[in-house]
Ligand binder design. Structure first.
Ligand code: GRG
Length: 313
């Protein structure tokens, strides 16, 4: 990692520690408030929910909400805006979907990984069947939480279903499985990454907009900016798989190549993949500059976007 990237990472980690704690508290409150969950299932859900995740997606929801501000460019109030507390809850729902996807992705039937965030994966700590159910439970719970999130909850549920569903993350995961060891080009890799990773990052920014009550076109544009950043985030992940150690990564490196995964590193080499990641990241950041009012809150989100493609883990 370059010196600049170290500084970006350090600044960002410090800046988001408050929000991370806020999201953790809200996650504990949401899970704790739900009755009737069998003890072992609750423990398995908790194992993965509280396993040291960065909370990137909820923080994107929150920082997008922050950066948009309460008033539109003519000083008027917007339609169906919700409070910061409700926005945290929306972020919690996104993190539940993200966590479910990681649990299922780690299963022997998929990526078959034993380490996640430096700890045993859910099926290793519990068992495969429980891990499947923990993922299922988190996904259902996420939609239950979202449905409680204000006057535009139905719109949020639709957006989340599209991003997480068969034409989004789940579809991307299918394409990813189909592409293992098969001939792929950069466009095919892009399609996989757009579904598997970028859809949920785009969703996070789009939901930040809905929580501020912006119009549908702006929600779509925020989602598109998030998609660029999500592609860059996954580009960085592909690169890290060949450049990082398991200590910094918290999971097994070198797996992409060993499993014949479709990555930009595989189809065009390390340096071209690094250049592509940089291009995508900058494109996402330009979109942020156009969509959000200038000021320190936008700059903070811009810094987070920097981190997304310059990270070392
Ligand atoms: C199983 C339906 C289904 C989908 C799986 C999430 C996913 C799709 C696959 C995980 C593998 C992978 C490389 C995903 C790319 C996205 C990514 C880098 C996820 C990790 O996100 P972070 O870094 O994780 O935000 P933390 O641990 O901080 O939550």
């Amino acid at each position: 990692m370059t010196d600049g990237a170290v500084i970006v990472e350090d600044l960002w980690r410090r800046a988001m520690s408050g929000e991370r704690a806020e999201v953790d508290r809200a996650l504990r409150a949401e899970l704790g408030a739900r009755r009737g969950i069998p003890t072992r299932l609750r423990q398995a859900m908790g194992h993965s929910l509280f396993g040291g995740g960065k909370r990137l997606r909820p923080i994107l929801v929150l920082w997008t909400w922050d950066a948009l501000g309460a008033r539109d460019s003519r000083g008027g109030r917007r339609r169906g805006a919700v409070s910061r507390d409700v926005t945290v809850k929306v972020g919690v729902a996104v993190e539940m979907i993200h966590t479910y996807s990681l649990i299922h992705d780690d299963l022997p039937a998929m990526d078959d990984d034993v380490l996640r965030r430096g700890r045993p994966t859910c099926h290793v700590a519990f068992d495969e069947a429980t891990a499947v159910l923990a993922g299922d439970g988190l996904q259902a719970l996420a939609f239950d939480v979202l449905a409680e999130c204000g006057p535009r909850a139905a719109e949020m549920v639709k957006l989340a279903a599209a991003a997480a569903g068969p034409a989004g993350m789940v579809g991307g995961q299918q394409l990813d499985l189909d592409a293992e060891g098969a001939p792929v080009d950069a466009a095919a890799v892009r399609k996989i990454h757009a579904g598997k990773t970028a859809a949920m990052i785009g969703l996070s920014m789009a939901l930040g907009g809905v929580c501020r009550g912006v119009d549908e076109d702006t929600v779509t544009e925020l989602g598109a900016a998030g998609q660029w950043l999500g592609l860059a985030f996954q580009g960085a992940d592909d690169v890290l798989d060949v450049t990082a150690s398991s200590t910094t990564l918290g999971k097994t490196p070198g797996k992409d190549a060993a499993c014949g995964k479709a990555t930009w590193v595989r189809v065009e080499g390390l340096e071209a993949a690094q250049r592509r990641t940089r291009r995508l990241g900058r494109k996402g950041q330009r979109a942020l500059m156009e969509l959000l009012p200038s000021g320190p809150v936008r700059d903070r989100l811009f810094g987070l976007a920097d981190y997304m493609w310059q990270r070392d883990r």
